[in-house]
Design a binder for this molecule. Structure first.
Ligand SMILES: *Cc1c(COP(=O)(O)O)cnc(C)c1O
Length: 363
């Protein structure tokens, strides 16, 4: 008898990551390739984090402390929340996975925006849950419609703020109105992967909801502004009763020794974050000016990437840019068929992208 496999597993489609630089070099015979596809920090990690990584090298024969005490203390101070509200993961991706494992039974439901971050549906589908996708309005989460989509079977509701791929933000007033409508059988996942970049005056603070013991978890990551994507460290901030459940489900050594040390060192270097954010604003404004010059509409972004409407098949533009050595994300796979999503890089990388885009659109 052959191995029985569940229908919902056969139906899974793997996550499509941004193309790796080496793969593009090899496939296209290029030597100089710029990747602006995964919203990584073009400055790299803090030098303090890099030093911490080197200092760990000879200690890796020892298992990490699964409670991540040094990192926990550093983050607790950074976010002004007690240590027992924190849960650490192998990237915030893993926290998403812990959430679906902990709170979703087959047939139960999730609510998310469309398009939004792909992992919400990937983990929900793995859990054999029913996924409600609520279209964005004006490229922004429609929180009223998302509240309307809640049923007695809903367990998890995902809000990416700012949203990926659109870079749009929901404000404090919108979130407060929404939270009044969320019933107690729903856990709201507030994914703030791009928190450090947000400059909007009405940026919501979800910590009061955690302090009030509401069913809320805030997700943050060391992958974006902190420049540590390769080490996979993220965390959640939740009421202790929720953090404690996630801690029961996670594997005991989920955040590795080097990741813990690098992230803790990264927290210390807030000057590095300020530099990354300043560079991001400069690059974003440059993109906006250049898109205007090219007559292209773009979605104003609160994050470190911009979605721009190239008014053509995004896959063709993506491929043409790639032949010129610039990797971006095609909106086609993200529900935005004529947009591309481009990360803000160094000014030299940004100029390279704009030159390539200009050439592609002229051809
Ligand atoms: C990049 C990203 C994440 C995080 O990823 P990790 O590297 O797993 O921490 C989470 N949510 C969104 C919306 C992202 O764009």
């Amino acid at each position: 008898m052959s191995l029985p496999i569940s229908e919902h597993i056969l139906a899974l489609r793997p996550y499509q990551p941004g193309k790796p630089i080496d793969e593009v070099k090899r496939e296209l015979g290029l030597t100089d390739v710029v990747k602006l596809a995964s919203n990584e920090n073009p400055l790299g990690p803090s030098p303090l984090a890099a030093e911490a990584i080197a200092a760990c090298a000879h200690g890796v024969s020892i298992y990490p402390d699964g409670n991540a005490p040094a990192l926990r203390a550093a983050v607790s101070e950074l976010v002004s929340m007690p240590p027992n509200t924190l849960v650490f993961g192998n990237g915030s991706d893993e926290i998403l996975h812990l959430l679906t494992m902990t709170f979703l039974q087959p047939g139960e439901e999730t609510v998310q925006a469309d398009p939004s971050f792909a992992m919400y549906e990937i983990y929900a589908a793995q859990a054999n849950a029913k996924i409600h996708r609520v279209p964005l309005t004006h490229y922004t989460h429609n929180l009223e419609a998302m509240a309307d989509a809640i049923t007695p079977g809903t367990r998890l509701l995902f809000i990416a703020n700012p949203n990926n791929p659109t870079g749009t933000l929901v404000t404090q007033a919108e979130v407060d109105r929404f939270m009044e409508r969320v019933p107690p059988h729903v856990l709201v996942v507030f994914d703030e992967a791009y928190d450090e970049y947000v400059s909007h005056a009405d940026k919501p603070d979800m910590r009061p909801y955690v302090r009030d013991d509401r069913n809320v978890i805030i997700l943050r990551t060391f992958s974006k502004a902190y420049g540590l994507a390769g080490l996979r460290v993220g965390y959640g901030i939740a009421p202790p009763r929720i953090a404690e459940l996630l801690n029961r489900v996670r594997s005991p050594f989920n955040v590795n020794l080097i990741g813990q040390a690098a992230a803790a060192a990264g927290v210390v270097d807030q000057e590095h974050i300020r530099r990354a954010v300043a560079l991001n604003y400069e690059g974003r404004d440059y993109y906006y000016r250049e898109f205007q010059r090219l007559g292209l509409e773009f979605i104003p972004s609160e994050a470190n990437f911009v979605c721009v409407d190239v008014k053509r098949d995004s896959k063709e533009v993506f491929e043409a840019l790639q032949r010129l050595g610039v990797i971006v994300r095609a909106g086609a796979g993200l529900g935005l068929p004529t947009h591309i999503r481009v990360t803000v890089g160094t000014m030299a990388q940004n100029e390279r992208f704009i030159a390539a885009l200009t050439a592609v659109l002229e051809s």
